[in-house]
Design a protein around this ligand. Sequence first.
Ligand SMILES: O=P(O)(O)O[C@H]1O[C@H](CO)[C@@H](O)[C@H]1O
Ligand SMILES: Nc1nc2[nH]cnc2c(=O)[nH]1
Length: 294
Amino acid sequence: MHTKGTCCCSFEDYKLTTEWLLNQTSHRPKVAVICGSGLGLLADGAANKQTFKYQDIPHFPVSTVPGHEGRLVFGMIEDTPCVFMQGHFHLYEGYSLCQVTFPVRIFKLMGVELMLVTNASGGICPDFKVGDIMIIKDHINLPGFAGQHPLCGPNDERFGIRFPSMSDAHSKDLRGLVLDVGVELGCSDFIREGVYCMVSGPNFETIAEARMLQVLGCDSVGMSMVPEVTVAKHCGLRVLGLSLITNKVSLDYSREEKVNHEEVLEICKMRAEVLQKIVTKLITRCQQQSINTH
Ligand SMILES: O=P(O)(O)O[C@H]1O[C@H](CO)[C@@H](O)[C@H]1O
Ligand SMILES: Nc1nc2[nH]cnc2c(=O)[nH]1
């Protein structure tokens, strides 16, 4: 399982990792939060924390990208038991999509009902500003169009059906709730909604590629999240994605600025605190309204 580039997770692998974790912790999470680049501190608000390094968890891939700590943190947000992934996995690291999405099925087997995904992305929509938080309304699975899809291969009915619908991948109720939370926290002026496109990376877009994505209806672009959301939806989890706009994607040949990962991490640092408040309030509101259950 630690070998890169192979698609090799059996039901027994998922079960073994789940049982190992459940034997090591008394936490029984209902909500999973995947923290994107530079956003690991979303776990800081949790109480009663118990932390595992990815390298110590059987079958877990390890993080290789700066800004991804590589730790699984269990903890309570008020009365809700949660698990946070401080760092997630990418195709460009050399992992198969089976490895990239491995934790999602562990969450399912542990009893998680709701998955929140955060990430960093480049803004394509001309109205977006650096620092905006985009509620993901929908996504485009560009690698999936070329056969790089986490559900390719034999379907395991214990997780979900062969041909799952993705037309409601991103929960409408939860998207509405983020808008309400934004008003309560006084930050609705930088909360947006839009379509996220996944590319494999690791290079940032050429101008021609960025223009193509704009024509396709993409509001932002990044290198993650879509495989995890697809696998989560396949196995019946509710999903909400929040993408921090860390840079404006160049659509113009006369523009001199070039994006880099350090700048991405800098913007994440600037907005992590407010994102943490949104995530915490959202989880609390879900608990109050019991909308994290089906
Ligand atoms: O999607 P996350 O991992 O948050 O980060 C985004 O930022 C990194 C590039 O700077 C890439 O990993 C891209 O996907
Ligand atoms: N592909 C891509 N990923 C990003 N992650 C953060 N910014 C960007 C971007 O501009 N393009």
